[in-house]
Structure formats: C-alpha cells, structure tokens
Ligand binder design. Structure first.
Ligand SMILES: [Fe+2]
Length: 315
C-alpha cells in the first residue's frame, strides 16, 4: 500500500506529464529540424544577384553578365534533381558567361559522365569556363577534366588564362589543397590593371592575387553547409584562418565572392545555408560590390517557411 498522500501523488503525476510533454516537444522540434535539413533546404535554391565594379572594364563589356555554378558534388549525397534545378536556373538567367568553380564530383571520377549530360543545356556567348576543386582530385583529376572538356563546350583553367574580349580576361588556378596552384603563371599574360575574373575553388586562392583589382569567384565552403545557431560555421579543409565562409569580401584590391554552391558533401544535409546560383552584372567603376534583392530568393524563402510550418505540424 502506498504511503504517499494524495497531494504528493498528484504532484508526481503533474511532473511526469510535464516531463513527457517536454520530451514530445523536443522530439517534435528535432524531427522538424531533420526534415528541414534533409528535404527542404537542399532543394530551396537561392539565385543571388550582384553588381560588381571593375576599374578597367572595357566599355564594350559594361553590363556583361556572369552566372556561377559551384560544388555540384555529383555523387551519393546530392540528388540529381538538385543539380538539374541549378542548371535550369542558370539557363533561365541567359548569362553572357558561365563559370564553374570546382567540386564537380564528390569523389568518383565516373560521376563526371552523367554530370556532363546534365550540363548539356548550358549556353553562353562568352563560353563556359571552370577550375577544379579538391573533391575532383580524390579519384582521378585528369579523368574528371577530360570527361568535362571532351566535347569542347567546357574549358578548364589550370594555372592559365584566356582573353575573352579586348581588355577582359579570365584566369583560373589548380586547387590550393589537392593540386599545384600557380597564380603568377595563371596571371602572367594579363596586364596588371586589366579587368579579370579569377577562378579559385578554395577562397584562400584570393590571397595570392590581392594586388590586382580583379573579381575572384570561389566555392568550397557550401556556406558552412550545416550551421548550428550560436556556433561558428565549420570551415572546410585548407581554409584555416580565413575570415569568410560565404558572400563578399574585399582583400586589398581584389573582390572575392564565395558562393554557397549547389551540392552537399559528407552528409546529404543543409541547415542555415541554402544552395545557391550566383549571378553577376559587371560595371565599370571602383565602388564596392552590391548584392541586389531578388524575387527568386524571396519566393524560395516564402516556400521554405510554408514547408517548415507544414513539417512542424506533421512532427
Ligand atoms: Fe565542395
């Protein structure tokens, strides 16, 4: 027979109910976050728009547009549908120039074959140019490069440059952690002040060319990929001490943009870091770059809020 008085029994029951309710809330919140990271954010592609000023941009290049695709990570963690969505977004932007800043595959070089097929719709009057990322080296970097460039539509810049138009250059380097980057060689043919796009998969590549007023485009970080509120974003390998995980940075004379990229590595999850296609309009001038508000970004965030609310109710 219980020796507890009725009041104590009632209090214990109330405490137990509160504990169970708390557990239910935590489980529900955990499930909602899991649904968000696994199914919502990886597909909530954000098209960001930017205006970039280059001091010596030739008048004929004023208003030229550039679309950046990076970190596709074709492989086990990134659904093909996500890559198709990003390619379709670039096609819809009708850019003058397309740049691909590495991590085409997650590790298996044979994944470059289907990826090349997925790139088929891409068109740009100034071409499709790229550099390689650290994941492209994990299997056979030469196989990845050959597969992508075989048709002649895509050209990779491996410590080299190309004159796109009079006074307007593009250059790219090998990956800074897995390859043999050589920025002096990549920029050797380019006059010091000339308008230049510089492709470096790892953002740290900008440290090798801060004396030039160029636009450096990078990926690699996935914007942190999984960002836990209150904790600093995780920097991927080869970025120790770098001050930026996504977005714009000014490094002496160089402007750097780090895109959050499209795919995922290690885990098929994104949290607090939407996949991104970045779109740049080039202007002549010396002002800092500007990020413009976008309808697509707002629509993606609204859709995400609706889906998040639905996931919350389901959980
Ligand atoms: Fe990556």
């Amino acid at each position: 027979m219980s020796s507890l008085c009725p009041n104590k029994i009632q209090r214990r029951k109330a405490t137990r109910r509160l504990f169970l309710r708390l557990c239910g809330t935590l489980l529900g919140a955990g499930a909602a976050v899991a649904v968000e990271a696994r199914y919502i954010e990886p597909n909530a592609l954000d098209v960001t728009r930017h205006e970039v000023f280059l001091p010596d941009l030739p008048a004929a290049m004023e208003g030229v547009t550039v679309a950046q695709l990076t970190d596709l990570h074709r492989g086990p963690h990134t659904p093909d549908a996500t890559i198709h969505q990003a390619v379709a977004a670039v096609v819809a932007l009708k850019p003058d120039l397309i740049v691909l800043t590495g991590d085409f595959v997650d590790g298996d070089p044979s994944d470059a074959v289907p990826l090349r097929e997925m790139f088929q719709p891409l068109r740009a009057r100034l071409g499709i140019w790229g550099c390689l990322g650290n994941h492209d080296y994990y299997g056979s970097v030469d196989q990845v490069a050959k597969t992508l460039t075989d048709s002649g539509e895509i050209r990779l810049l491996r410590n080299e440059s190309h004159l796109l138009a009079p006074g307007f250059w593009i250059a790219g380097i090998e990956d800074t952690s897995q390859g043999y980057p050589d920025t002096p060689r990549a920029l050797a043919a380019i006059p010091p002040g000339a308008a230049t796009l510089f492709l470096t998969h790892n953002p740290v590549g900008v440290w090798t060319c801060t004396n030039r007023p160029l636009l450096a485009l990078a990926g690699h970080t996935h914007g942190g990929q999984i960002r836990i509120p209150g904790l600093p974003p995780r920097l991927p390998p080869g970025m120790q001490g770098f001050p930026l995980v996504a977005g714009w940075g000014l490094f002496d004379r160089a402007r750097l943009y780090i895109s959050r990229g499209v795919g995922m590595s290690m885990l098929p999850l994104r949290l607090g870091s939407y996949p991104e296609v970045a779109f740049f309009t080039l202007r002549r001038g010396d002002s800092p770059p500007r990020t413009l508000p976008t309808l697509a970004g707002r629509a993606a965030r609204k859709a995400e809020r609706v889906l998040r609310s639905a996931a919350h109710h389901l959980a």
